[in-house]
Design a protein around this ligand. Structure first.
Ligand code: NOJ
Length: 573
């Protein structure tokens, strides 16, 4: 056992003894007896970019703690912090070199404990990011693994002989642009990495790996963590025979042949591992969120497990890839809403261009951002927001290759600019560096930070931020939005997406104009129990209120209208 592996084992042991009682979370069920995560607003924090408390240009845990009041006022119930563990930062934390500590760049374990306890005072839970598929090549396990073919940890990673001189074991490719195998001249074998070469894949077929990883989750649960977002679950297992992936027509963005990743992605074994991970999570009433890139709703359903025994919240990331139209969103939501399991909606994260930029047209972008908020925050399901989305933060892509920090942007420039653009500092004010840091931030802030920032928008009733606050407030207070069913309306309308949320206490109508031209959708709700519907507006943007009894609603470009409806003819309405 190396000294650092001994330290890791000791840390796990001590955490078990000292923290077991210290960090109990708020009750797991809410007032209506449901699991808390069904009605929580989750908020992704990218710690490098959220708030810098020590003026080094990089965000940190104390910075996050200082902003908890803001998050509480916004209505956030849980923050998911992307990896803040020790890491060489090749992939900005997704290359973990120690699963049971905090990277000094972000603070200390004490800072973390303080953050959890301050968050708890505001009824905010803390979710960590668990990088399950791979470690850093600087992790003690890999350093040992690489030291010799007979090393204790050799089988913790996926090693294999060459297929022939200078030939890797098979044709698998790394999603980050290189081959998926790296040759180690010292031990004369290749190791497998689905991501960067500095991120060797763990061998989940080795029970010792699974045990060590499960113990790492216990370490954090005992410190008060309420769950994990599981990174890259799709790639947990590889085909034991290492068969070549079938080659598809065409080239990928790095100019390599396209592969059908049938032998290194979504292998059935991964579901059994998720079930076992869930058993551990259940010991702590914890929630598991999945980074689940699925091709269809059937694949998404698999991640809940046949008996609801895998992930409670597999993210519906397909939503981020849809064509922006009422039709495609309507069809997709209908399918997800009727699937097994509780929907988990996401419109932005640290790997894809910001929703404001993806959906925006440069003319109505603020209205589109509001419409998207009204859309995904009034659906049945759990939303996961991305920091700054509530401000209308836009992507700020690097202007030249020299400016790129994300290695895939360097490798793939100019076609692939990397992910820096969606990771820029949170915009707190119109002041220097958007109020993120008094030092030069690690990534530049865009010009739009002058208008789209917390301070400026807080004082403006019509800002994107004020709109988000209104929708979030409604979502938390209206029974139909909390527990109501989802009923699509006007399903052949190409421009306007409309639906009801209906509980036994009330019914709410949501109407969203997905087009740049004014629309006047008509409604006939007689069959749904409202022959003469009366409206009580709850939320409006670029919409005209209907006169008297609801027949139609006028909406300007990307207008939003939501109202509680009741029937004028009913005696007690
Ligand atoms: C998904 C994470 O979201 C991404 O940022 C990271 O680069 C890869 N997984 C590898 O961990």
């Amino acid at each position: 056992m190396t000294a650092s592996i001994r330290r890791w084992a000791l840390a796990l042991l001590l955490a078990g003894c000292c923290n077991a009682l210290a960090h109990a979370q708020p009750a797991p069920k809410n007032a209506t007896g449901q699991e808390w995560w069904r009605h929580a607003i989750f908020y992704e924090v990218y710690p490098r970019s959220f708030a810098d408390s020590n003026s080094d240009g990089i965000g940190d845990l104390n910075g996050i703690a200082a902003k908890l009041d803001y998050l509480h006022d916004l209505g956030v119930d849980a923050i998911w912090i992307t990896p803040c563990f020790p890491s060489p930062q090749v992939d900005f934390g997704y290359d973990v070199s120690d699963y049971v500590n905090i990277d000094p760049m972000y603070g200390t374990l004490d800072d973390f404990d303080r953050l959890v306890s301050e968050a708890r005072k505001r009824n905010i839970r803390v979710i960590l990011d668990f990088v399950v598929n791979h470690t850093s090549d600087q992790h003690a396990w890999f350093l040992d693994s690489k030291s010799s073919k007979t090393a204790a940890y050799r089988d913790w990673y996926v090693w294999h002989d060459a297929k022939g001189p200078n030939r890797p074991p098979n044709n698998w490719l790394s999603t980050f642009g290189s081959p998926a195998w790296k040759y180690d001249p010292a031990t004369k074998q290749y190791y497998y990495h689905y991501f960067y070469p500095e991120q060797p894949d763990l061998n989940w077929r080795n029970p010792a790996v699974e045990k060590a990883m499960f113990d790492a989750t216990r370490f954090w649960y005992k410190r008060g963590v309420a769950g994990f977002r599981l990174d890259a679950v799709d790639t947990l297992y590889e085909d034991p025979q290492l068969r070549d992936d079938p080659v598809l027509p065409g080239k990928d963005k790095f100019g390599r042949p396209k592969l059908d990743e049938k032998y290194n992605k979504k292998l059935p074994e991964l579901h059994l591992a998720l079930q076992r991970l869930r058993t551990v999570a259940d010991e702590y009433d914890a929630v598991l969120i999945g980074e689940t890139w699925t091709n269809d709703v059937k694949e998404l359903e698999e991640y809940y497990g046949n008996n609801g025994n895998e992930l409670q919240l597999p993210m519906d990331l397909q939503l981020t890839k849809l064509t922006f139209s009422a039709k495609s969103f309507r069809e997709h939501i209908k399918a997800v809403d009727s699937a097994r399991g509780w929907p988990t909606y996401v419109i932005s994260n640290h790997d894809i261009p910001r929703s404001y930029t993806r959906y925006g047209d440069g003319v109505h972008s603020d209205d589109i951002a509001k419409m998207m908020a009204a859309f995904y925050l009034t659906l049945r399901g759990t939303p996961i927001m991305y920091y700054g989305e509530e401000l209308g933060m836009q992507n700020n892509d690097p202007k030249s290759k020299e400016d790129v920090k994300d290695p895939i942007g360097v490798l793939g420039w100019p076609k692939e600019k990397g992910r820096d653009g969606e990771r820029t500092p949170m915009q707190w004010s119109a002041g220097p560096n958007a109020g993120f840091s008094s030092a030069k931030p690690w990534l530049p802030v865009p010009e739009s930070a002058k208008t789209h920032n917390v301070e400026t928008e807080t004082g403006n009733e019509r800002s994107v931020l004020s709109f988000y606050k209104k929708v979030i407030h409604l979502r938390k207070t209206e029974p139909a939005l909390i527990e109501g069913s989802y009923i699509p309306l006007n399903e052949s309308d190409p421009n306007v997406l409309s639906y009801l949320r209906k509980s036994d206490k009330e019914t709410i109508l949501v109407v969203l104009n997905f087009s740049a031209t004014p629309q006047t959708p008509r409604f006939d709700l007689a069959k749904l129990g409202f022959p003469s519907p009366k409206t009580e507006a709850l939320l409006e943007n670029a919409a005209g209120a209907p006169d008297g009894v609801l027949k139609s609603i006028k909406l300007d470009a990307y207008g939003v209208y939501a109202a509680r409806i009741s029937d004028a003819a009913a005696p007690h309405n």
